[in-house]
Write a protein that binds this ligand. Structure first.
Ligand code: ADP
Length: 414
């Protein structure tokens, strides 16, 4: 099957086409045929498409909305110049998988999208007012463009965390607010944490039951997850992605009183303060320079910038604190796994997160750590480290494609 995987933002659309089926999944032989990104939908859009083994196609075009963007993709996909084996027309796309941010309490697994599911997703808009409407735009557009005969599947960032126990997902506020409004921790990046746990099982030959690990998805958005017996039992993001680790532009954990205090001191509205906490805090807010880890490292190397260094120190300290916290929550872990842009590419960040953790028996091998970049997968701890530390590059699109395939074929979604 050729699965079109879509990740729609409010003005962007990221896609991949992945060839997969149950046999290919079993053999791990499913493969990416092409990928692409369209940004600034609604004005002169920026387009980058890439077919394996060919140089990228870059262009701009006035794309009004997601539907027009999808038409543009299909025209490119099926053109003679693009020539992707097995893709000649619209009929060669057999199913569509949508990355969907918030599944609320209803969607604990990936599901085939029908009218009832769409209503359920619309009900969740108030939980994710920025993300869910954008995901829904992609679903409406794909329905119009592909018609009702092409199955569509929703894969939710929150699903993997639906196994958290009450004591982990409830906040210490009056219980009626959970009952009335479903205020609780949901967690995000679930597809990525799930993929990392799956790769860990493959690398170690362990069963799901034997999988007790801490996964660290460290990109522009960042979260940690405590995985016990293969299931998420706690994660750092919460009711929204704002909670937990310090991130590129998000503050992570803070005392909520700061919001009220800032409103008074700055004469700011609640929206303005949340804008600060979501978009101007974290690594950007502390360094005053950038939210990008690469640029920070350059600043430190070239200018010895103190606040750039402070931003990295804080980023790592908060990760380390959660490693300790999840060690306690799980009565120890069998491995720590780093992933995503920073986790896969920044050895000095990994080293700092794991420094002075001899108490847990964690020791990083500097040589191995320095080598494990740009998509490499493997162990970065010393042979005598009591707890091995891994780098496992994430692949959310593969999970989206596989879930789509399984749901369409009525195979169990694991
Ligand atoms: P997201 O998907 O959340 O936007 P990514 O997983 O793509 O984020 O990660 C983006 C982050 O990874 C950025 O902070 C970027 O600077 C960092 N990153 C990417 N490559 C490197 C590198 N070689 N060294 C350090 N940081 C890197």
């Amino acid at each position: 099957m050729n699965i079109l995987v879509l990740n729609c933002g409010s003005s962007s659309l990221k896609f991949q086409i992945i060839e997969t089926d149950l046999e290919l999944i079993e053999k791990g032989a499913d493969r990416e045929l092409c990928r692409g990104l369209i940004e600034r939908i609604g004005s002169e859009a920026l387009i980058t498409f890439k077919v394996e083994g060919k140089s990228p196609f870059k262009s701009t075009a006035p794309l009004r909305d997601h539907k027009v963007a999808l038409h543009y993709i299909i025209k490119w996909l099926t053109s003679d110049e693009t020539s992707i084996p097995g893709i000649k027309s619209l009929e060669d796309i057999h199913a569509i998988g949508h990355r969907t941010v918030h599944g609320g309490e209803r969607f604990k697994k990936s599901v085939r999208i029908d009218n009832d599911v769409i209503t359920g997703m619309e009900d969740n808009i108030e939980l994710a007012p920025l993300h869910n409407p954008a995901n829904l735009k992609g679903i409406y557009a794909a329905r119009e463009v592909f018609g009702p005969s092409v199955p569509q599947v929703g894969i939710f960032d929150t699903s993997f965390h639906s196994t958290m126990p009450e004591e982990a997902y409830l906040y210490g506020i009056p219980y009626q607010y959970y009952r009335r409004y479903k205020i609780r921790k949901y967690g995000f990046h679930g597809t990525s944490h799930r993929y990392i746990a799956y790769r860990y099982r493959l690398l170690t030959g362990k069963s799901r039951e034997e999988t007790n690990i801490i996964t660290l998805h460290l990109g522009n958005g960042a979260s940690a997850c405590a995985i016990k017996h293969g299931k998420s039992i706690d994660t750092t993001m919460g009711f929204t992605p704002l909670e937990g680790l310090m991130m590129g532009t998000r503050c992570g954990d803070i005392d909520p009183t700061i919001i009220d205090f800032l409103m008074h001191k700055e004469g700011a509205s609640v929206e303005e303060v949340f804008n600060i906490l979501n978009k101007r805090s974290g690594i950007l807010g502390i360094s005053g320079l950038t939210n990008d880890m690469r640029d920070l490292e350059v600043e430190i190397m070239e200018h010895k910038d103190r606040r750039a260094q402070l931003a990295i120190d804080m980023f790592c300290y908060k990760i380390k604190k959660y490693i300790g916290s999840y060690m306690a929550a799980m009565n120890g872990a069998d491995a720590i796994c780093f992933s995503a842009g920073i986790g896969e590419n920044a050895p000095e960040v990994r080293e700092k997160c794991c420094a002075d953790l001899e108490f847990f028996g964690i020791k990083i091998d500097k040589k191995l750590n320095d080598k494990m970049i740009r998509g490499k997968e493997g162990i970065i701890s010393t042979a005598d480290s009591k707890i091995p530390v891994y780098v496992i590059p994430t692949n959310e699109e593969l999970v989206l494609a596989r879930d789509t395939c399984r749901v369409v074929l009525n195979a169990p979604v694991v």
